[in-house]
Write a protein that binds this ligand. Sequence first.
Ligand code: GDP
Length: 438
Amino acid sequence: ESGKQNMSLIVVGHVDAGKSTLMGRLLYDIGELSEKEKTANERGSKRVGKSSFAFAWGLDALGDERDRGVTIDIATTHFSTPHRNITLLDAPGHRDFIPAMISGAAQADVALLVVDGSPGEFEAGFERGGQTREHAWLVRSLGVKEIVVGVNKMDLVDWSQDRYDEIVDSLKPFLVSAGFTASKTVFLPLAAMEGTNVLVNEDPLLKAWYDGPTLIDILDKAEVPTRPYESPLRIPVSNVFKGQTAIASGVAVSGRLCSGVVQVGDRLRAIPGDEVGSVRTIEVDDESAPYATAGQNVTLYLAGIDPIHLAIGTVLCPPSQPVSLVSKFTAQILVFDLQSPIISGTPVELFHHSVNLPATISKLISISEKGQVTRKNPRVLQKGTTATVELTFRPTGGSSKVPTLALETAAENKEMGRVLIRRGGETIAAGVVMEILA
Ligand code: GDP
């Protein structure tokens, strides 16, 4: 097991593309879902009249999701392939859930974009209003370099190669324009429902023209980025709870190591604040571990710290190398599709890992093209521009206190220096932190 590389996978795509079905099928075929669970799920599924969700249910951790028939939160699941231990971050396809996806995508190494290949459906998901573009853009902006595109529901088009080619031909140039390298953009035809090309391809209609890898083959060989083990430890907390598992109990936090290494016994400081706790137990993939390294998702049981000092967004660091709290910084941003242009003074919501804070785009510093500054002090930023801006956190709720956030420059720490900017429920830009000003 120890020879396997750890990899986080996020599944994105337009609602109803078949993400949950595909992941359910994959886990089931790999054997993570027992025959017994499958029967139980099928029974429950018929009750709400959505028997096709039977597979999807393997992922749904929360009871009320079953009644709504949608996956509403990032559920994490683990599975293994011959060369990879994969943490699955399941992102929902609904517009409102993009913030949840942001915190999930911030942790992903590889994205699986699922598109519906059936007539008219691919197009509906790809045009404005559809989520295919926005999700692809988001995952790339959040640093995901590898994207696998599953053209799903190919059974509905009788495994037409022409249809498949048509979809690849329109998606590929878009993904390249969104910043993916053509060689790191892999496509495959599949049918999640019947399980064709998930683990095996035994369909004569598909075999007639496709002898490429199945989904599992692709995931097993996906390139995992090199990890910043040497940098100081940073764990942005995504969940705090009173843990009680077979392994340990007490105050627990979960999150992903952006950088560094953590060992049982280590003392960690929770920022903001100056409280220090020590690591009693480390859980990785639901098993106890003596240490964890950059890129891994962990649950830590802490001793000597009151949970009052821990919250979603807290960053755990070595006491001697704390992360700084920032109220003003410059960022290089890529502007997405916009309803109205960005001007100086535009109020926004700034997203960083699992937290978001109100901020103001306080200054438009410059616009650049292909790495060269082409204009200084622009008056507006339009869609598609790359710009350097100044961002300042904004006091809210009648308080005059400027909020702060644990941030670093992207040069210092890539994952700690990446932000997303939203306005009125829409993601308008993604960026990297260039300089800390205050
Ligand atoms: P999600 O919103 O992307 O998670 O989509 P779901 O997994 O909930 O699937 C949406 C619908 O598409 C469900 O009714 C599925 O049964 C159906 N579906 C998913 N995969 C396939 C497939 O390969 N073929 C066919 N015919 N239907 C599928």
